[in-house]
Write a protein that binds this ligand. Sequence first.
Ligand SMILES: Cc1cc2nc3c(=O)[nH]c(=O)nc-3n(C[C@H](O)[C@H](O)[C@H](O)COP(=O)(O)OP(=O)(O)OC[C@H]3O[C@@H](n4cnc5c(N)ncnc54)[C@H](O)[C@@H]3O)c2cc1C
Length: 565
Amino acid sequence: MLFHDVLVIGGGLAGLRAAIAAAEKKADVGIVTRLYPPRSHSGQAQGGINAALANNPKAADDTPERHGFDTIKGSDYLADQDASIFLTEQAPEAIFEIEHWGCPFSRNQEGKIAQRPFGGAGYPRTCYGTDKTGHYILQTFFEQTIKHDIKTYNEWIVIALAKDVDSCCGVIAVNMHSGQLEAIGANAVIFATGGSARMYGNTTNGLTSTAFGVAMPYWAGVPLKDMEFVQFHPTSLYPSNILMTEGCRGEGGILTNNTGERFMQKYAPKAMELGPRDIVARAIMTEILEGRGFEDSYVHLDLTHLGRAKIMERLPGIRDITLDFIGLDPIEKPIPIQPGTHYCMGGIDVNVDGASPLAGFYAAGECSCVSVHGANRLGGNSLLDTVVFGKRAGAVAADFVKDKPKQARTNALDRALKGQQEMLDRMQKATGKENPYKINAELNRLMPLKAGLFRDEKGMTEGLQQIKALKERLGKMRPVASGGKFNFDRIWALEIKGNLDVAEALMAGGLARKESRGSHYRRDFDKRDDKNFLKHTLATYTPAGAQLSYRDVQITKYQPEERKY
Ligand SMILES: Cc1cc2nc3c(=O)[nH]c(=O)nc-3n(C[C@H](O)[C@H](O)[C@H](O)COP(=O)(O)OP(=O)(O)OC[C@H]3O[C@@H](n4cnc5c(N)ncnc54)[C@H](O)[C@@H]3O)c2cc1C
């Protein structure tokens, strides 16, 4: 049976960084990844990665501490403060490491790593490689995994965790090339399966960013934390919702409505377009809902005043996207944009070591919730999160496995394999009529309406009922396609089940949180309520739905105050 000391699931930035860290500690590491690593979603990250390097002349007195404060304030005080401070303290070293590994960051006049302003940040501290930062860092990490000779199972899709009594002992995966189900044993498993924004139809995320990655540990008894906090990015291209990076506003782009008004002066008079994402996204949506948008659907992101040279140097990828997808040149005309579902602040419940409550099971990157982003993530802090906590989880997992027997726990793995094989066989022999894709399309439609930028009791109650009805329909599914090699039909059916169960946890958490905080904005409770809700939501899976409990937020340095920008 296949076995690795440490098994990493996911070949994006968090997964690769975790694998490198474990390999540096001489653990025998394997990576299982659905996508060939350089094709992972991290490669789409455009705008940059934050670190208080103080390279920009306007940021000479920037410090990791100030970065920490901005992150905590941006989180609407739901972040665990020691964790956020750890993140920002590690940031400069993390960037220098990536630089020394050969990442081609853009440079300023002095030849230092260039830094641009991003939303909710007191200083220009977002390091970038034009508007392709994620792509450059991902290639850099991929080279390191080759250097360390890390075994990678490309186009293998994990479908379940394997548990031995009360610890994780590996995973069950489908080798898409052969169609075979395989058990892989490990003493530590690190999930780095990325974000879940594909529960929503109006998303900036690629097709593989479904909730399946967080659903697997959820089904295995690991709680999900703060799932109700979903980030809606202010500027996604209308109508496809492809991301228009915050770097556009960082470089001086402005937002205007159908009267030509630069409306952010009403919502964030000091920060303007560089307010935090929750505030800017709500401002745009308010303009549209109150009739000051175009075609009731979008406002303008105007870059025309930046001029050709700056756009070609700093935002060439953005220009390519608008030319390719809507035939518009941002050098000449403003870009039609609207908010799009972008990022999950919530995820698998882990601590700063990436450790979950299940022994031997770790998570890092967007699928996890440490929590450093709380109720609203700052742009540029997610790439940082993948790099810092990926490294940490890999190193801690390598220490955890050091003295463990180096062999697969075959009884538990065989049991898990048999269980998953029987489940797939049942799906193939199903006698129902329901089309899973139609069910997912309905979920995609309802999520922005019932748990979108603006929420209330009525909408979320209806949303919860609708999700339960969709779950019942999924139970009466038509048989999945037969055949083994690259049979995505059965994988997608499992992903849809994951989307539904996690969406249910999200909706239940949102309904119970009777306050507005960061990205979770309720029209019926429009104020933050620290007395009752300065706490993390934990959702534990039961077949009847999510069971909610709560945990205190770690407030160690900064007392919560009203956010003003
Ligand atoms: C368009 C866009 C632009 C962004 N720009 C920025 C930015 O400029 N700065 C910033 O800080 N953040 C940005 N973000 C957010 C950031 O890119 C992501 O949060 C981050 O890259 C996620 O990295 P990850 O390693 O956690 O996941 P991913 O990069 O999504 O990797 C997930 C990996 O898991 C694998 N996987 C998933 N499920 C399975 C399975 N069942 N079995 C096996 N393998 C599996 C996938 O193949 C993939 O390799 C952006 C996000 C988007 C959508």
